[in-house]
Design a protein around this ligand. Structure first.
Ligand SMILES: Cc1cc2nc3c(=O)[nH]c(=O)nc-3n(C[C@H](O)[C@H](O)[C@H](O)COP(=O)(O)O)c2cc1C
Length: 172
């Protein structure tokens, strides 16, 4: 699918929800997910979640996500997703692991809502820098770039992302 410049916007009160198995294959999604992505729910179930991966997303964003959720920690992030018709939509996502009674990871769940426009505007140039680093020197380069950025700003990944959404909510 060729990505286009056409953007779809999530409504203010909508939540996009999906659940995957431990390999990242979709086992549940709500109707809003299917509507936004532009696929029938039947086509989404069983597909790898990377079906809606947008080419503008840096690899490091997903590495951070998988590292956190596999350690049973929550991931928060801004994600640009690709629709079936090539258009895109931004979400503010939380992904976390679902555990059984013994603490074993049995699936993952993601809940997403509409990000503020200012948060998207702030994250776009950061993702571009990270992706450029990956083009020339793969994920190690974007990983160092991200860590240096967080260190220089005296913050952590979580604090930065959450503050971005919160600060921007206050400003909007
Ligand atoms: C519960 C859950 C939800 C996910 N949601 C998305 C998503 O909305 N968009 C996306 O591109 N990747 C999402 N991912 C990450 C994908 O599994 C995958 O790592 C990512 O699309 C990068 O794919 P690639 O490594 O094949 O390029 C999700 C993963 C999990 C476990």
């Amino acid at each position: 699918m060729t990505a286009t410049n056409s953007e779809k916007k999530l409504s203010d009160n909508d939540f996009i929800i999906s659940k995957t198995d431990i390999k990242g294959r979709i086992i549940y999604c709500n109707e809003i997910f299917a509507d936004m992505a532009g696929y029938p729910i039947g086509d989404l179930i069983g597909s790898d979640h990377s079906l809606i991966r947008h080419p503008d997303m840096p690899k490091i964003a997903f590495k951070v996500a998988w590292d956190l959720i596999q350690s049973k920690k929550e991931f928060f992030g801004f994600v640009k997703n690709l629709c079936a018709d090539g258009s895109y939509y931004w979400v503010f996502a939380c992904i976390s692991a679902d555990l059984d009674a013994s603490g074993k990871i049995i699936s993952y769940t993601s809940v997403r809502r509409k990000p503020t426009q200012s948060a998207i505007d702030a994250i776009i140039p950061i993702y571009k820098l990270l992706q450029n680093a990956e083009k020339s020197d793969d994920i190690e380069a974007s990983s160092s770039l991200l860590n240096n950025f967080l260190f220089e700003n005296n913050t952590t990944y979580d604090k930065f992302i959450i503050s971005l959404q919160k600060e921007m909510e206050l400003k909007n």
